[in-house]
Design a protein around this ligand. Structure first.
Ligand SMILES: [Zn+2]
Length: 566
């Protein structure tokens, strides 16, 4: 049996260890080794345990030992190309001793590689790992020779060609006289799960980031209710709006929020509520356009049992639920005539009746209304009560469109990146400069909501740990593609219908200055190409042309120019 051989001397193992003092190298066979102070390894171990906890530290050290055992198995095969498997197996303990880790003596070794049988029992004395653990932590309640167990498993598994799991059944580190280890193929252990978890890589960083994302998500959901939420910005237009909102927040005044669709009216209403003395009471929101006309009254004012077919229970409306707090009425222009009358009364008198009820109820509710239609026009057309309009319009606040606050885009992008990478559990390392640039130049018909949706889509599309790029945001712009003509087909007309208020001014200007049609075309083409940084597909899209059409016009212009200079 191989256990009887003194392999170390047979293969001159110590002679394989070479120290090149002048070159700063130590080698064992062909492998570079290093010498470490056990005290230093002890502090590393202590730090691992202190920062990661015992379980994770044990995993890291076990896998480090496993890697080291595998390398030594490779070394043994190189050193002894003609050795039997038994001899190779016995070389592991020798190498382990030579490296100063532990002194190994076999107790029982029963090997049959061909049939996959392995049973190894060894005695360990002078375990360096037990020594450093004892000196740092004192006696442990479990065995502590984790790298060594990893090494034994790594070495034996590499030679056997199957996973051999070792366990310390006695350990100096837990107060035994010496360490004793037992190794068997994984499937021969009944209860290996507890041991095996230390051999599986554990992406601590991933888990930490995931937890961090959860915290961010929670933090976000919390401050959505009490603070400024997504209200970030530093542009003059934004700051002016914030100032107005803060002033309004201090009083009881009814506020009318105006602005294009998607500018964040509900967000502003929440912020206003959050900064008001009512912040600790309810914030109730309702979108009047989302509720059928025949139900809006009962939604707002509640209903008494039996008021109409289907009203089997009495229930309070939004006004009652918002008592002491704030009620946000979005798209207030959509209210039915009856609801308008009731709303006017509650604003003036602070009282109303539930539908089907005779009892008058009093509420203390601050109303914040919002609309993106022209209420004055609705009044003129007889669709909206003039007296209600004047009552609502006491303190109008116009929320700027995103176009009017482009300087805030970077801040908003940051905010949405945080929010959606947390929500989707994804790590995104930011946004590329050119993508940000494209966002700054875009026209934003859908305002902040559109930006938010776009960033969420970007977060979903972009790869983990990558930056969001233009193509992730504007799917029809594929920067890397070599056949840009294809793009013309997939590009939608997302800019169609965008405002063109100054177009007539431009035409007037051109006519006033006798600018020729050709000159205008040249200017338009050049401006589009410049804006798109030379990307013809992009430029073509902004002109409403296909790429070949644009290319043709540019070429024609070039040859015309060439003709005149020739
Ligand atoms: Zn031990």
């Amino acid at each position: 049996m191989a256990t009887e051989l003194d392999l170390g001397s047979v293969y001159h193992l110590p002679s394989q260890l070479r120290l090149f003092f002048d070159y700063g190298r130590i080698t064992l066979g062909e492998h570079r080794m290093i010498m470490l102070h056990t005290g230093a390894v002890g502090s590393l171990r202590k730090e691992l345990i202190d920062t990661l906890g015992v379980d994770r530290a044990r995993g890291v050290l076990t896998r480090m030992g496993f890697a080291s055992g595998e390398r030594d198995a490779e070394l043994a095969r190189k050193l002894m190309p003609h050795a039997s498997d038994d001899e190779l197996l016995m070389m592991g303990p020798r190498l382990h001793s030579l490296e100063g880790i532990v002194s190994v003596s076999p107790i029982r070794l029963d090997i049959d590689i061909a049939n996959g049988r392995y049973h190894g029992e060894f005695l360990w004395t002078e375990s360096y790992e037990a020594e450093i653990h004892l000196s740092n932590f004192g006696v442990h309640h479990e065995p502590v020779c984790w790298t060594q167990i990893g090494y034994a498993a790594g070495y034996t598994s590499a030679i056997m060609g199957r996973f051999i799991l070792y366990r310390e059944v006695e350990c100096r580190g837990q107060g035994d006289r010496h360490c004793r280890i037992l190794g068997k193929p994984l499937e021969n252990w009944d209860d290996a799960d507890g041991d095996m978890k230390y051999f599986r890589p554990d992406r601590v960083a991933d888990q930490l980031l995931k937890l961090q994302a959860e915290v961010e998500h929670l933090r976000y959901s919390i401050d959505k209710d009490v603070a400024m939420g997504d209200m970030v910005g530093g542009s003059p237009a934004f700051l002016a709006t914030c100032n107005l909102l803060k002033k309004a927040a201090e009083s009881h005044v009814t506020v009318l929020l105006l602005g294009e669709t998607g500018v964040g009216k509900e967000m502003c209403a929440r912020a206003l509520h959050g900064h008001s003395p009512r912040a600790n009471n309810a914030f109730v929101a309702i979108n009047c356009a989302a509720i059928p006309e025949e139900l809006i009254e009962s939604e707002l004012f509640g209903v008494e049992k039996g008021a109409f077919t289907g009203a089997q229970h009495s229930r309070p409306g939004r006004f009652e639920r918002a008592h002491g707090g704030t009620l946000f009425l979005d798209e207030v222009g959509e209210l039915s005539a009856a609801a308008q009358a009731k709303l006017l009364r509650v604003l003036q008198e602070g009282e109303f009746e539930r539908i089907g009820d005779t009892r008058t109820r009093k509420v203390d509710v601050r109303v914040v209304a919002a609309t993106n239609v022209d209420l004055q026009q609705a009044v003129d057309q007889g669709k909206f009560r003039a007296d209600l309009y004047y009552r609502l319009n006491i303190f109008p606040v116009v929320i700027p469109s995103l176009r009017e606050r482009r300087d805030d885009i970077a801040l908003l992008v940051d905010r949405f990146l945080q929010k959606y990478s947390a929500r989707h559990g994804k790590r995104i390392s930011g946004i590329t400069e050119r993508a940000l640039d494209a966002l700054r130049k875009y026209d934003w018909p859908g305002n902040i909501r559109e930006l938010e949706n776009m960033i969420e889509r970007g977060v979903i599309i972009a790869g983990s740990d990558q930056k969001i790029d233009i193509a992730d945001l504007f799917p029809c712009i594929n920067i890397g593609r070599k056949e840009p003509a294809l793009l013309d087909e997939v590009c939608d007309t997302r800019d169609a219908g965008r405002g063109s208020g100054s177009l007539k001014d431009m035409v007037d200007h051109a006519l006033d200055h006798s600018t020729s049609l050709e000159e205008i075309e040249v200017l338009m083409l050049q401006a589009a190409v410049d804006r798109a940084n030379g990307n013809l597909s992009l430029a073509a899209r902004s002109l409403g042309l296909t790429r070949p059409q644009l290319a043709y016009r540019l070429k024609k212009r070039e040859s015309d120019a060439g003709g005149t200079t020739a």
